[in-house]
Ligand binder design. Sequence first.
Ligand code: GRF
Length: 189
Amino acid sequence: LRLGILASGNGSNFTAIVQAIAAQKLPAIVTGVIYNNPGAGVAQRAREAGITSHLLNHRDYPDREAFDHDIADTLKNWGAEWVIMAGWMRQATNVLLQPFGTQVLNIHPSLLPAFPGIKAVERALHAGVKITGCTVHRVVLAVDSGPIIAQSAVPVWADDTVVTLHARIQQQEHDLYPPAILWAAVGNF
Ligand code: GRF
């Protein structure tokens, strides 16, 4: 599987995927990572992993379609077949989705369809749910609503803060995303 990764921030899911490949748990290669925020931690992580990274700053584009056009171009130039969103904080348009069809995946820090969109961990905590988690799903135009590939449940403890709860969810994300990519590739869902 030839994976092109999109990340906006820290990039811990990027690293989890790279490590799963190195450990031969995921038969894939990362063709490169695109990030949209100058100084995003994922750029340093890519350097350390010896993987190409490319900054495309959405602030330089007139609209989301023009931005997605350059993203799709870059991914195609790398020969990427799968678009793996790992903490990608931009809403995709058809310009990006159409060329890759069902082969665009995202990870979201809640048990979808609960708490789609931004601040999912904070909203789950404030809602008082006792179980939350993370979801890997295929990406469609509507935010966080494509077919679900896999989920992990995470308990919410009484003394949790957004920081402690998000950290516990992220541990599950790192375990879930690499196998979920494989399941998406072999499974008919
Ligand atoms: C993850 O919690 C992901 O679910 C959310 O953003 C976070 C990205 O973390 N969409 P990282 O950049 O992979 O460390």
